[in-house]
Ligand binder design. Structure first.
Ligand code: SAH
Ligand code: SF4
Length: 353
């Protein structure tokens, strides 16, 4: 496992300030707005900026912070995975999935690799290379918007974004917030259509409660077990007394952020023989009732080579869900998509492309 971390390149804003130290502050905001004009393909198209500015930008700042290296399409044609490269030559992945409304959901990465090392996750096995810049997060959405613009045969509407690609978004929270702010400002994507999925970094969750700049996005907490000892085995970043502290946090979140409590969900990856028995389901139902969370999203494990875990069979998944439903808990099951191109949850790792 590599856990070497690399310094990131300069952000677009830092680069702009170096190039144009005398420009007023609003100029960079115009520059950022230009990036989201759906038909514009480069600085030369950005007619909201002066000709002199366009020329200098064309000569010195790339139009996108990421360049595509490869594109894969699932056999069903409902999932696409792109391998993107940063300015410093690191590669990471982003996924486009069709959703129930015949629209698209983009699954974005927040880091290259991840330091949290969850035992069943391919990204975790890579270690952390580095956190992505806000621009590199932002541009994953721009990449897929351009892709859809160029593929008129596909449904055109991109309706949701989920932070369920590579990395732990709450370990890169400032850049995640910057990217979300740009999307909600410059596109028609609303914050309720954005989900930040987290392994449950308690210090960061705590900080959100007091953070006036945290957007009203949905938060999904990757729980995976309602038993402290089992969770410690599969999610090694689990801190002592995690479950009690998380339940307490969830109530304070509901109190502090009012109506947003409906947007807190648990994710639970079902792993055969590890956390998928009826006993585990009952334990989960009991735990959920002690929290302010009303909904559980179960995810049948996507196989990751060499991990020694396997997915629960369909009967166990149904029985597990039935226990939760009986206790009045809203349960959904995530459809597995794109597993033939290793684009499903937990399968993202750049060595595989
Ligand atoms: N780091 C964040 C977001 C990225 S992982 C988090 O852990 O929530 C996105 C989701 O994929 C998480 O719920 C994670 O638990 C799940 N996941 C990871 N590996 C998986 C696998 N092999 N099969 C199914 N889901 C997996
Ligand atoms: Fe990181 Fe999430 Fe994978 Fe855990 S499941 S290693 S937190 S990306």
């Amino acid at each position: 496992m590599s856990s070497q971390s690399f310094p990131p390149p300069l952000s677009r804003e830092e680069c702009f300030r170096e190039l144009f130290p005398r420009e007023p502050a609003f100029r960079f905001r115009q520059v950022e707005a230009a990036l989201f004009q759906p038909k514009w393909k480069g600085w030369a198209d950005a007619t909201t900026l002066s000709k002199a500015l366009r020329d200098r930008l064309s000569a010195s700042m790339p139009w996108t912070a990421v360049t595509p290296v490869a594109l894969l399409k699932s056999a069903k044609g409902d999932t696409f995975k792109a391998l993107l490269k940063t300015a410093d030559g690191l590669k990471f992945e982003t996924v486009l999935m069709s959703n129930a409304r015949d629209q698209w959901t983009v699954c974005v990465s927040s880091q290259i690799g991840c330091a949290m090392g969850c035992r069943f996750c391919a990204t975790g096995a890579m270690g952390l290379k580095r956190s992505l810049l806000a621009d590199e997060i932002m541009d994953q959405l721009r990449y897929w918007r351009t892709f859809l613009e160029e593929h008129g045969d596909l449904p055109s509407r991109l309706s949701n974004v989920v932070f369920m690609g590579m990395g732990e978004p709450l370990n890169n929270v400032e850049n995640v917030k910057r990217a979300i702010a740009a999307w909600t400002k410059h596109t028609d994507l609303g914050p309720v259509h954005i989900t930040v999925s987290t392994v449950g970094v308690l210090v960061q969750l705590e900080a959100l409660l007091a953070d006036k700049t945290w957007p009203p996005v949905r938060i999904a907490i990757s729980l995976h077990s309602a038993d402290q000892a089992v969770r410690e085995q599969i999610v090694p970043s689990t801190v002592p007394d995690f479950l009690t502290k998380l339940a307490d946090w969830s109530h304070r979140y509901a109190d502090a952020l009012g109506n947003r409590r409906h947007y807190l969900t648990f994710e639970y990856t079902l792993i055969s023989g590890v956390n998928d028995s009826l006993q585990h389901a009952k334990e989960l139902a009991r735990y959920v009732s002690k929290t302010a969370v009303k909904k559980v999203n179960v995810i049948p494990l996507n196989a990751v080579t060499g991990k020694g875990f396997s997915r629960s069979d369909e009967k166990s998944v149904e029985a597990f869900k039935a226990v939760l439903l009986k206790q009045g808990i809203d349960v959904t099951e995530r459809r597995t998509m794109g597993d033939d191109i290793a684009a499903a949850c937990g399968q993202l790792a750049t060595e595989k492309v």
